[in-house]
Design a protein around this ligand. Sequence first.
Ligand code: CAA
Length: 263
Amino acid sequence: MADDTAVGYENILVEVSAPIATITLNRPKVLNALSPDLIREVNEALGELDADSNVRAVVLTGGARVFAAGADISDMADRTAVDQLQRDQTGRWAGIAAFSKPLIAAVNGYALGGGCELALMCDLIIAGDSARLGQPEINLGIIPGAGGTQRWPRTAGKHAAMEVMLLGAPVTARRAYELGLVNKVVPAEMTITAAQRIARQAAEKAPLAARMAKEAVLKAFETPLAEGLAVERKSFYFLFSTEDQKEGMHAFLEKRRGVFKGK
Ligand code: CAA
């Protein structure tokens, strides 16, 4: 994708300003409710950005007012279990969690249900002070279906997870920060620029190292310690085959800033 291009999707906006890109969920009339088409477009856009070597970090936002009020209830209300199984509604979100570059959520307003789960799939979360994160599915007679019951307790612990799941009430940005769900809380009007600043910071780092760091950290949630340590060790050794490792270490010794090529 070329610089500063708004690529034509119907439910999202994609702006590339190398070395970062910003994806904005764009269904404002329904508070960015996550229709299957929107999720497909986010997946497609991330696939393109993953393949674009000019892009090294991505911000995912819902804009100034709301992140996303969850999966689209009008799309789900009359579905049967078999419908849901056959179309694998939330299985399709796996591509988002698999994005290989730093992915930073910029959350203003509500991030509820699937909206909260989408934010939790990102690597860092920058929240505006207006943000409200929660899993209100219990109010609809269902439970989270895109990772909420698993990612909340892994980050915020069992009791906070139970509180949001069982009571259905969201937490404030400040509480989310205290629970470790959110990296930083900023005034709402600053959220997107703060996330973009952090994305640019991440984009200066060695891309292959970032990719392996991300893979290794995510492994920590899925494997026993010994297996995770083995993955880390192999990635650590592998990085000594990269030009970026030579550049990074020689730049340090020569007292200059490393310039990384992702090679
Ligand atoms: N799906 C479809 N439409 C939605 C929606 C959703 N998740 N959330 C909001 N909307 C629509 C509303 O129906 C309304 O449309 P109309 O103007 O046509 O009536 C519009 O967006 C504005 O919403 P409200 O009038 O309700 O706005 P509000 O400021 O009074 O309330 C809110 C905001 C508290 C977020 C409220 O909209 C709400 O509770 N939304 C639903 C939140 C929810 O339950 N999310 C979980 C969905 S299930 C899920 O996500 C499953 C999963 O794990 C994948």
